[in-house]
Write a protein that binds this ligand. Sequence first.
Ligand SMILES: CC(C)(COP(=O)(O)OP(=O)(O)OC[C@H]1O[C@@H](n2cnc3c(N)ncnc32)[C@H](O)[C@@H]1OP(=O)(O)O)[C@@H](O)C(=O)NCCC(=O)NCCS
Length: 207
Amino acid sequence: MNKTDKNPFDSIPTTIKTERLELRCLNVTKENAELLFTMFDGEKPKDYPFTAIAHDISKNNVLPESPQDMLKIMERDNGWLGNTGRIYYVFHESEPIGWTRIFYWKGSDTMQISQMFLVSKVWGRGFASEIYKTLDIIGFEKLGVNRITAQCDEKNIGSSKSIKKSHFTLNGVCPDGYMYEQPDGTKLFGNQEIWSKLKREYEQNGK
Ligand SMILES: CC(C)(COP(=O)(O)OP(=O)(O)OC[C@H]1O[C@@H](n2cnc3c(N)ncnc32)[C@H](O)[C@@H]1OP(=O)(O)O)[C@@H](O)C(=O)NCCC(=O)NCCS
C-alpha cells in the first residue's frame, strides 16, 4: 500500500462488544499503558514459552515489568501496524486481559492475525474462540477479504487448539519458522504452523 492509501480498518468500529468481552482500540498513552500493565499482576514469565511480547520482540519468557515496558510494547506494536493494521486490546468485566493484532495484505487479499495474547488467568474459557469469531466478522463480512490466516508454534497446544476449534485449516508447518531468544541469550528455533480459512469455507460452514 502507498502511504496515502486509507487504512482498510478505518471503517471498522474501534470498540466492539462480544458475548463476554469488549475489544477496544487504545491510544498510546502513559495512562493506557498503566491500565494495560495491571493485567500482568501475578503472571509468571515461565508460563509464556511461545510468546515474544516484551518490548525486545526477540525474547520469549519475558513479560513487561513496568508500565514503562508496557508503553514501549504499545509504541512498537502501533508502529508496526502502520497503515495496514489494527490492534484491539481485550477487556473482560472492564479489566484488560490481552490483545490481538490484525493486518490486511492487499496483494493476497488476506487478513493476518499476527498475535492473540491473553493472560494465563483467563485461559481455557473459550475467550480466544470468541475473539476469532469476531475477527471472522471483521475480515469476511466487513472488509470482505478472501482469506484469514493465523500462525503458532507447533508446540503451543493451547494456541493450536483454539485456532483449529475456530474452523481454520492447517496448511503446513514451516521448519524453524520462529526464532526465540532466551533471557540468557540462547537462540531457539520453533516450527511454525500456518493456518487459514477461506471466505467460501466460512460461508459454507464456518459461521
Ligand atoms: C493461545 C491463547 C490465546 C488461547 O486462549 P484461550 O482463551 O485459552 O483459548 P480457548 O479457551 O478458546 O481454547 C483453548 C483450547 O486449548 C486447550 N488447551 C489450552 N492449553 C492446553 C494445553 N497446554 N494442552 C492441551 N490443551 C490445552 C483448552 O482447554 C481449550 O480447549 P477446549 O475448548 O477443548 O477446552 C492463550 O492460551 C494465550 O494467550 N497464550 C499465550 C500467548 C500465546 O501463546 N499466544 C499465541 C501466539 S501464536
